[in-house]
Design a protein around this ligand. Sequence first.
Ligand code: IPM
Ligand code: MG
Length: 348
Amino acid sequence: MAGDGIGPEIMTEALKVLDVLKRDGLKIETEWALVGGAAYDAVGHPLPPATLALAKSADAVLFGSVGGPQYDALPREHRPEKAILGLRKECDFFANLRPANVFPELADASTLKPEVVAGLDIMIIRELTGDIYFGEPRSISGEKGQRVGINTMHYTEAQIRRIMHVGFRTARQRNNKLCSIDKMNVLEAMQLWRDIAIEIAPEYPDVELTHMLVDNAAMQLIRNPKQFDVMVAGNLFGDILSDEASMLTGSIGMLPSASLDANGKGLYEPIHGSAPDIAGRGLANPLAQILSAAMMLRYTFNLPDTANRIEDAVRKTLAQGLRTSDIAKPNEVKASTSEMGDAVVANM
Ligand code: IPM
Ligand code: MG
């Protein structure tokens, strides 16, 4: 599902990478589906039933990006964002893995001092199916001048429990540190969040669990990001903190993500948006899309070696000095979207 803006052009590069793997024997069938503004333009809905049905029958969805200024005035249910929210909810892709790691070649691309971010490797686990995103009641009501806007932070024990387990298990595969993010000093839903985290912790005695209020976490991410290993957060706080964490790395154009259900099926997408301002000009960085395909091979298809092959090729490409404009320094030669993709393919 390539979607809108730069989605189609970066998807083209990711598919080149998959073509290499197919040529080398990977058995994978791909189908295309309309999504987002492109689907709205074609059939009047950002998540057409045919697209949802295809997503449900597929093992994995490789997703580009959706959205654009021409859709901002549409009613909420027709906006492109509704597609990604609908896919998450309908397919129960509840566990969002958002890595933020700094490639050594790009340590000086961050706005923070290189010594603060060099070697950074954190994983944000964000819950995707609950919270204020989906809570009821929600509305704008009343007469103009007296209107009231309402959204509801809503979490069930079961929702918190399953994402907490993902957090603990992920910490186990890394450095055994899990920091749970909440706002228990003000919000009941977040008190429950913390209570469940504490309740589950004894099942993972080898993992060190800490808690942090979200405002402090926002500050600590800038002050000393390397103190974190795995962070687990609800839908809203995870949305905000993962954007912040991505910027520590210098380019949001580099970061992939996975959204998994309980059985390992998943949706894989770049963390960045559709970047309508640069769409169609060959300026976009395709690496987040390519690395999303690598995550897909690792998490849904259980092919870590194949995922490593892609990630190594990306690293090599950066080491060779290729830079799209988002990560290039002013005096550096800038690679186009397809030059970057071709270089990754060559390095495979
Ligand atoms: C993200 C995005 C989405 C979100 C938007 C596009 C609905 O910001 O995936 O982080 O808020 O979840
Ligand atoms: Mg976001």
